[in-house]
Write a protein that binds this ligand. Sequence first.
Ligand SMILES: *Cc1c(COP(=O)(O)O)cnc(C)c1O
Length: 466
Amino acid sequence: MHTTTPSPTEYRKLPGVDALLRRPEVIRWSAEYGPEQVTAAIRALLEADRQAIGQGAAAPSENALIDQLAEHLQRENRPSLRPVINATGVIIHTNLGRAPLSAAAHQAIQTAATGYNNLEYDIDAGARGSRYGHARQLLRELTGAEDGLVVNNNAGAVFLVLSALCSPQEVVISRGELVEIGGGFRIPDVLRQSGAKLVEVGTTNRTHARDFAEALCGDTAAFMRVHASNFQQIGFVTKPSLAELVQIVRDSWWNDRVLVIDDLGSGTLLDTAPYGLSPEPTVQQSVAAGADVVTFSGDKLLGGPQAGLIVGKAESIEQIRRHPLTRALRVDKLTLAGLEATLQSYRRGKAVEEIPVWQMIAATPERLRGRAERWRGVLARAGLPVEVVPGQSTIGGGSLPGETLPTHLLALTVPRPDEYAARLRQANPPIVGRIQQERLLFDPRTVLPEEDERLLSTLCAGSELR
Ligand SMILES: *Cc1c(COP(=O)(O)O)cnc(C)c1O
């Protein structure tokens, strides 16, 4: 690289801190961000420029410095957790915050956040109430269960259920279901941590009802079933149905105290089959099959906030509610507000229209093609090499592995797609798509309609993004 000896005059061209502090923009920023932060930022920028001059660079103009300062302050003050445009086509993207919430859930959270409420207050009695009363009736109605309880997340729910109902006795589980959910959450480890004793039966690919029957004894606390959320077993595989497990317990000596626990993971309230997906077991089915306790997530196919939902027999749920760990895993008011609003969409029969996860699942290929074509038109007019190609979206979030939904993708052909994708991640908001065969692909299914204009303007400016 060509360098020149720094000239003392270059250093003198740098504006002083005081001069910059007198600029009207800087006075405004001082009021907004605090004078200490602004002064520190100015000093840091000037120091960097001095170093650059030492390397032979020219001094920036005062206006250029002001621009740098604006960018610096904006970067320093933006929240760590911020919006991202999900153009990956993965609907429940765990890295991107799982389920976006419905407008009703968003509104309910805002209302709960900005004032006081009856979180633990019985309004009729004018006395202390329970936070666990709030979603209870909705959960009963929607799942058919006798009772329901909400905790922080489903991993917590599983741990709590095992701790409260099974420890230190035995839990019988198929070897095919000793799975890792992700993020290091492994069913055998959770079982051990809870204090329950793990009794593995069957084999990786085949477990029969009789394997469970033979393991049942006076030390058994429960039969547990874990839904294979994030992988598929195909070929020579079999496992007993939930109803069969319930029947084995009913026919046994210990039918008054051995439980059947079903961890559904995603746990949908709606049938997935009408959307061309294979049927994901519904919560209602598990309850109807006679499971004592069913656990599922609030932010997977339910499409609500992060939560662990526990429904089942009144006696079991009450025992869980009284366990000290329930307090450690308690759900906060914002979650309860968002969850209740989400569940109300189901009760009104409006889940598919109102809940983003279901809107995305239900979006037809024709509609998606229409959106992708509109994107293509705008971007082609801006001179970008784009086309619309058929593709596949996925559910994600450990739901319906291997299942895809047909979609139409916007494909952008650029010389170095990795670098281009990196620039798009630096945009505000960042855009995350996927790269396939040297092309950048954007799936309209997971881009919220109100994000379209932002996506398009960012892509148009893409080549200049820094
Ligand atoms: C996702 C999942 C969990 C964990 O649920 P979180 O809500 O993410 O804590 C537990 N069990 C199964 C089967 C899952 O799919």
